[in-house]
Ligand binder design. Structure first.
Ligand SMILES: [Zn+2]
Length: 242
């Protein structure tokens, strides 16, 4: 979910990562994280409920699954965004050194980049000269590397956001299996989870501007399969152990 934090940290005025597109990416990443939480926790609690009617056992397994999943998501995100940031920092440091050592070549390089974008050679030269006079480092970071020098991704924010999205998703199947009476807890959880997945499928399709039906069918089918399989396994193990 590196997209998520990149989108959040992007400056609203930035040309290629700005404004509404960023916010949409951010929301989409949040919905995907919530899906992870819904499906994995639903599979877990339905599996345990297939083996035992003990609400304590279901609660323990569900909460442990929620915490483990949230930590795992946060850790994965922290590691991936940290290494991405290290890479970006190294690229920026190299760029700064090149600008110090070879200012003429760097000006030519910037000119060539603007020519490649479609400007006439004279115009490209003038743009490069003016941007170099204003802030050569920022111009090279953005045009050459596609990095905003002031807006490096924060791994802690990325980790926190994905843990939060996962927790929000997880709490749904957890509540659905614990709140109703024991006799109907599994069907209630199936219905709640599949309705939630249909909703998140609809939302992410809308955010991405893609057809909703296919996204919904994929998610609902996948979620139903996860619960059927874990219920079956839990039931078999419960019978074998009991
Ligand atoms: Zn350069």
């Amino acid at each position: 979910m590196a997209r998520l934090e990149r989108a959040v940290s992007a400056h609203p005025g930035e040309p290629h990562r700005g404004g509404i597109a960023s916010r949409l990416n951010w929301l989409r990443a949040g919905v995907l994280g919530a899906n992870d939480g819904i499906v994995s926790t639903a599979g877990l609690v339905v599996g345990v409920a297939g083996a035992t009617t003990s609400a304590g056992a279901i609660l323990t397994a569900g909460v442990a699954g929620l915490v483990a999943g949230a930590v795992s998501m946060a850790l994965g995100e922290y590691v991936s965004v940290s290494s991405q940031r290290d890479t970006e920092r190294a690229l920026l440091a190299k760029e700064r050194a090149e600008l110090d050592e070879f200012p003429e070549q760097e000006l030519d390089e910037l000119t060539a980049l603007y020519e490649a974008k479609g400007l006439a050679p004279a115009t490209a030269r003038q743009v490069a000269v003016e941007l170099t006079a204003a802030d050569a480092f920022a111009a090279h970071a953005e045009v050459e590397l596609g990095i905003s020098a002031q807006e490096l991704t924060n791994p802690w924010h990325a980790a926190g956001s994905s843990a939060l999205a996962f927790t929000a998703g997880s709490s749904l199947p957890l509540a659905a299996i614990l709140l109703p009476p024991a006799g109907i807890r599994i069907p209630v959880t199936f219905v709640v989870v599949l309705v939630a997945l249909a909703l998140t499928g609809l939302i992410s399709a809308r955010l991405g501007g893609s057809p909703a039906t296919r996204a919904i069918v994929r998610l609902v089918t996948g979620g139903a399969a996860a619960m059927v399989v874990t219920y079956g396994i839990g039931h078999l193990l419960g019978v074998a152990a009991g």
